[in-house]
Ligand binder design. Structure first.
Ligand code: PFF
Length: 454
């Protein structure tokens, strides 16, 4: 890995590698753990329709903006703004992104650690013969403990750092190329299991038959927030990955592939979960415990449950890992290029700092559960600050940067590979980036701050 202008930067080695790495970032706990429960709480089908609209009208232009900034500048999230807008305060957008990376990984690694515990529980057949209450207690006593959740969080952070140390081509790309297809295969097997359960039709109807009367303003805004988090937008993750994309690769094609993969996997997660939820008579609005409490219940009641539980939690852990490496890479690329650290040192330093923050997140379910700042326990504070403040704000400035600061000319040059690709859709892109996306993101941001309530 180089940290100067005069030696070539590490790059993705193939088109498939780019898509696998970026889709690996997008597809994570956001799709498989969060999407089904948020959709479940917000009415199912109608939420899905609005979510899809936001992906198309806002997610696609924001993602294309991030990739073009990164590839044009060939730098990390902060360095990119410094290079494209020298002497201007735009680099603060990158600073916010790096800060968001710290916060996100601190709580993300806590939940990812839970998935590892649930892999271990699946191996030892710990869900067998347990009813809903017992599984509920099992989850509650695990997350409120001290050493066990911390142990799994450390293991998860070590795995993340280990892949990131190896670098872009030999680390991130090599592993995501194997893990992403594996993930798709595993989730398809789970979907088949779920839709063949007796009584599964109701679950499919819940997910695919929109009932717009059930859709609140609140649900619309949750859909927009979910689109941001799920596509890894707003914190420079895709600026950083964009800087590893070759000058001849088609950015728009990559955006379409990554968004399609992310959306399809969220829908597949819904197809794997809702039919089973309805077949076993469980409340679809169960909330964040849907995966960790309800699914083991479903698994242990069905034939082959031992195998499917194991498969599901491995899948969740793998999805979390390919996302967490992209979050760590944002910090590492910055440390390497702007602070001139070696890649190994940068990774160890970043991962250690994040792990310290992460300890507080994990303990906020246990011994620190009555320590609150602004009325939030540490875990919720990190999540709220990153997801509700930093991501929307970052996304807003990223589209403003591309739409108004860089402007149509340079953006067109970058996206068309210096005029080689024909871009019939470019006016639509510029319109979305200048007007539609900033307006919608501003709405989420203001809502996230609680300044407006519908
Ligand atoms: N997109 C990831 C998920 O859906 O789980 C989470 C995430 C990764 C958010 C990277 C933000 C980010 F920069």
């Amino acid at each position: 890995m180089s940290n100067s202008d005069f030696t070539p930067r590490d790059n993705f080695g193939s088109k498939f590698g780019i898509v696998a790495a970026a889709a690996g970032s997008a597809v994570g706990l956001g799709n498989i753990w969060k999407f089904p429960y948020v959709a479940g709480q917000n009415g199912g089908g109608a939420f899905l329709v609005v979510y899809l609209l936001f992906i198309i009208a806002i997610g696609l232009p924001v993602m294309l903006s991030e990739f073009s900034i990164g590839r044009r500048a060939q730098r990390n999230a902060i360095g990119s703004f410094k290079k494209l807008a020298p002497g201007k305060p735009w680099y603060l957008v990158g600073v916010m992104g790096v800060a968001a990376a710290f916060l996100i990984l601190s709580f993300y690694s806590a939940v990812a650690g839970w998935t590892l515990e649930y892999v271990a529980k699946s191996v030892t057949n710990a869900f067998a013969e347990k009813n809903e209450t017992e599984l509920n207690n099992m989850f509650g006593s695990f997350i409120s403990g001290t050493w066990r959740p911390l142990f799994w969080q450390f293991i998860f952070m070590i795995l993340t750092a280990w892949i990131v140390v190896a670098g872009v081509k030999k680390g991130i790309e090599k592993y995501t190329k194997i893990l992403m297809p594996l993930l798709v295969v595993m989730i398809i097997i789970l979907c088949i299991r779920s839709v063949t359960l007796p009584g599964s039709g109701e679950g499919l109807a819940f997910l695919f038959r929109p009932d717009f009367s059930a859709l609140s303003a609140d649900a619309v805004l949750s859909a927009l927030g979910q689109a941001f988090f799920s596509l890894s937008l707003g914190m420079g993750t895709l600026i950083t990955y964009g800087s590893y994309i070759g000058k001849n690769d088609n950015l728009t094609g990559t955006v379409l592939h990554v968004s399609a993969a992310d959306t399809i996997i969220a829908i597949l997660a819904g197809v794997a979960i809702f039919p089973a939820v309805f077949a076993f008579g469980i409340d679809p609005g169960e909330g964040p415990g849907l995966v960790f409490i309800t699914l083991p219940n479903i698994f242990q009641q069905m034939p082959g449950g031992y195998f499917f539980a194991l498969l599901f939690f491995i899948l969740l852990a793998v999805a979390a890992l390919t996302s967490s490496i992209s979050v760590l890479e944002v910090v590492v690329a910055y440390f390497v290029e702007e602070l001139n650290l070696t890649r190994r040192r940068a990774t160890i330093l970043a991962a250690s700092m994040i792990t310290v923050l992460g300890v507080f997140c994990t303990l906020s379910f246990g011994i620190m559960s009555d320590v609150s700042i602004f009325g939030l326990v540490f875990f919720d504070l990190m999540d709220f600050t990153a997801s509700n403040l930093l991501l929307p704000l970052g996304g807003f400035f990223i589209v403003m940067f591309v739409g108004w600061f860089l402007g149509a000319g340079p953006s067109r040059k970058e996206i068309s590979n210096e005029g080689i690709l024909k871009l019939g859709y470019f006016p639509v892109f510029i319109f979305l980036v200048r007007f539609v996306a900033p307006f919608a993101i501003a709405l989420v941001f203001i809502y996230g701050l609680g300044l407006i309530r519908f």
